[in-house]
Design a binder for this molecule. Structure first.
Ligand code: CUA
Length: 315
């Protein structure tokens, strides 16, 4: 995984932001050195001279210096402002060419990810992981299901809010393959800090293979577990919130689980996606992420084992 840093850009949007940062830093360093230097000089002169600081000549000198400081400061501020505007406009500009479009919907506290396609059965829904092809701009539409969240993948772009009832969008492009961690950047409740996501930038053929896999329905269990899984998943409380394509579980409140085993983390980046963590999560999510919508599940150990075995097949 790449370091989650705006100063380690992997695409043009983050690149222009990091250039802006370094330019502002350089200007600030020069200004700091000049101001501290002038201050030290004045202190030294003041120590050496013994004339009255309130004399008209001294006051005239002071007024001249203030005018000079303003005359230098204002243009510097305007240069910074103009560069900042230019970067903002560059990032905000939407290419007119058709683009891969992904809709990200913020929920407390996870990310729903929908891949658009004109053909309805080619649409794909996943959660907390956004796969993108390297080198291709991706339009990310930002929506919110509940409160204001903020989409921030520092290696790829700046922050953009997800606002209930309002459509925002931004363009991201990754120029090198890698896994880029993103984070909700707007306080949205108790588990705001545990609302992470991963952007996985991969070679176009790998991306296409991933997308094709996501379009497949979940495998239908054929062994002896099948009946038990059906009763736990479809007959129990899971199906009220989660959906698994090709089963009767079609809830729309929690993350879609059709390919949950293929994800790297569960609970929006909170836990590695291992069987042990998944078991702990299903049994008692409130201990791991207090305040989430998912309740504890008092499953028998046989039911839990069957459910876990089934979930691991959802690649
Ligand atoms: Cu979502 Cu903070």
């Amino acid at each position: 995984m790449n370091p989650q840093s705006a100063l380690s850009p992997a695409g043009p949007e983050a690149g222009s932001i990091s250039h802006l940062f370094y330019f502002m830093l350089a200007v600030a360093v020069v200004v700091y050195i000049l101001v501290v230097g002038a201050l030290l000089l004045i202190i030294r002169r003041r120590r050496e001279s013994d004339d009255d600081p309130r004399s008209p000549e001294r006051e005239a000198v002071a007024a001249r210096r203030i005018r000079l400081a303003v005359a230098v400061t204002v243009p510097v501020m305007f240069v910074l402002l103009a560069y900042d505007f230019a970067v903002g406009r560059g990032i905000g500009a939407m290419p007119t060419a058709p683009m891969l479009t992904v809709t990200v919907t913020g929920h407390r506290w996870w990310w729903q990810v929908d891949y658009e396609d004109p053909v309805p059965q080619n649409r794909v829904r996943t959660a907390n992981e956004i796969h993108i092809p390297v080198g291709r701009p991706v339009r990310v539409k930002l929506l919110s299901h509940d409160v204001i969240h903020s989409f921030w993948v520092p290696n790829l772009a700046g922050k953009k809010d997800l606002i209930p009832g309002h459509h925002n969008e931004l363009v991201i492009r990754a120029d090198r393959p890698g896994i880029y961690r993103g984070q909700c950047a707007e306080f949205c409740g108790a588990q705001h800090a545990n609302m992470a996501m991963l952007v996985i930038a991969e070679a176009p053929d790998q991306y296409d293979a991933w997308l094709a896999r996501q379009r497949q329905p979940a495998p239908i269990p054929t062994d002896t577990l099948a009946v038990r899984v059906q009763s736990v998943l479809e007959g129990g409380s899971c199906a009220m919130c989660h959906s698994v394509a090709s089963t009767r579980a079609a809830g729309g409140i929690g993350p879609d689980l059709t390919h949950v085993a293929g994800r790297r983390t569960i609970a929006a980046g909170t836990l590695a996606n291992t069987t042990g963590n998944l078991a702990a999560w299903i049994v008692d999510p409130q201990t791991l992420k207090p305040g989430v919508d998912m309740p504890a599940n008092a499953l028998s150990s046989a039911d839990l084992r069957a459910l876990l075995a089934y979930l691991r097949t959802l690649r």
